[in-house]
Design a protein around this ligand. Structure first.
Ligand SMILES: [Zn+2]
Ligand SMILES: [Zn+2]
Length: 303
C-alpha cells in the first residue's frame, strides 16, 4: 500500500470468526477492528511493509471477540490509541483489557485528524455501543459497517454516497435455517440486533445516491453463507444505474484482500478472480466464473 494513497482499505481477514482491516488515510495507517491474532495482523502488515509501530491507532467497532480478540496482545507489544465509543471502551475495560490510551467517539459527531474526517454512527447490534464509520479525505468517501441487526436512517445517511463501501453480507436465509446452529443462535442472528442477511445488503445498495465505485462485502458467516451466494444475491440489482460500474469484492476469512483505493483509476473490465493477495487475473463472464472456480481461496472480484 503506497504511502501517497489518499484513502484506501485492505481487509487482512473478514468473516464471522474474525475481522481486521488496514486503512490508509493520507499516509496515516489505522486498523479497523483487531479480531484476528496479533501474529496474523503483523503478517498482514508486513505484506504491506508495515509494522505495528507504523500505525496511528486502532478503531474498534464493538466489543465482540471477532472484532477484538487480537487487541490485548497488540497493545502489550505496541502502545497505540484505541479509538472507539465510550460504551465499547467501558466494556473492554470491564473484561480486563489494559488500554492505556483511548480516544472516544460519539456517534453522529464528526471529528477531523490531519485532513481526514471521521463520522462514527450507531449500529443496531447486541454489543455495548457499536459503531460504523464514514471516512472522508480529499473528496473521497469510505464507509464501513458490519454486525448490523437492521437498517436505520442513520446507516443510510452515512453510507449511501460512498466511493468505497464495506458492508456486511452475513448470511443466506435458507442456509441459516438449515445449518447446525441451535435455535437461539439462529434467532439472535436474524433478530433486530443481530446480523444483516444477504438480502439485507440490497436494502442499502438499491438506494445509493450516486454510482458506487467499489463494494466490499464483508463479515460472511462460515456456517450459513458462501461467496457464491453473496454474489448471486446481488445479480438481482446489478442493473440499477448506480451499480452498473461497481467493482464488487468479497472479503474472505483466511485470505487478505487486495487494497482498494478511492483515488485509483477504475478498471473498465474488472471481472477478476484472484487466488492470491495480488490482483491478477482470470477474466471470465460473471456466471461462467462462478461455475468454474471450485473454491474461493482468495479474494473475489466481480463487476
Ligand atoms: Zn458483533
Ligand atoms: Zn462480528
Amino acid at each position: 500500500m503506497a504511502k501517497d494513497t489518499q484513502l484506501s482499505i485492505k481487509f487482512l481477514g473478514s468473516g464471522s470468526k474474525g475481522n481486521c482491516a488496514l486503512i490508509n488515510a493520507g499516509g496515516r495507517f489505522y486498523l479497523f477492528d483487531a479480531g484476528l491474532s496479533r501474529k496474523k495482523i503483523e503478517k498482514g502488515l508486513a505484506e504491506e511493509r508495515l509494522s505495528l509501530s507504523d500505525l496511528d491507532g486502532i478503531f474498534i467497532s464493538h466489543d465482540h471477540g471477532d472484532h477484538v480478540c487480537g487487541l490485548e496482545k497488540i497493545l502489550k507489544k505496541q502502545k497505540l490509541p484505541v479509538i472507539t465509543s465510550q460504551g465499547t471502551y467501558n466494556s473492554l475495560v470491564s473484561k480486563g483489557f489494559d488500554i492505556s490510551e483511548a480516544i472516544f467517539l460519539k456517534p453522529d459527531r464528526e471529528f477531523e485528524f490531519d485532513g481526514t474526517r471521521f463520522w462514527p454512527f450507531s449500529i443496531p447490534h447486541d454489543a455495548a455501543e457499536p459503531i460504523g464509520m464514514r471516512i472522508e479525505r480529499s473528496g473521497n468517501i469510505l464507509g464501513i459497517a458490519s454486525d448490523i441487526g437492521h437498517l436505520t436512517p442513520s446507516i443510510f445517511a452515512h453510507l449511501s454516497d460512498c466511493d468505497i463501501l464495506c458492508l456486511e453480507s452475513n448470511y443466506d436465509e435458507e442456509m441459516l435455517a438449515g445449518c447446525s446452529y441451535p435455535f437461539w443462535l439462529k434467532s439472535r442472528i436474524r433478530g433486530p440486533l443481530g446480523h444483516l442477511a444477504n438480502s439485507g445488503t440490497r436494502g442499502i445498495l438499491s438506494r445509493l445516491k450516486k454510482p458506487l465505485k467499489n463494494l466490499f462485502l464483508i463479515h460472511l458467516s462460515q456456517e450459513s453463507n458462501t461467496p457464491e451466494l453473496v454474489l448471486e444475491n446481488l445479480e438481482i440489482i446489478r442493473k440499477i444505474e448506480n451499480l452498473r460500474e461497481t467493482q464488487i469484492l468479497v472479503a474472505l476469512q483466511n485470505e487478505p484482500s487486495v487494497t482498494v483505493s478511492a483515488a485509483a483509476q477504475q478498471n473498465k473490465v474488472p471481472r477478476v478472480v484472484s487466488d492470491t493477495s495480488s490482483l491478477s487475473v482470470v477474466l471470465k463472464p460473471f456466471q461462467q466464473r462462478l461455475s468454474t472456480v471450485p473454491e474461493f481461496a482468495g479474494l473475489i472480484v466481480a463487476a
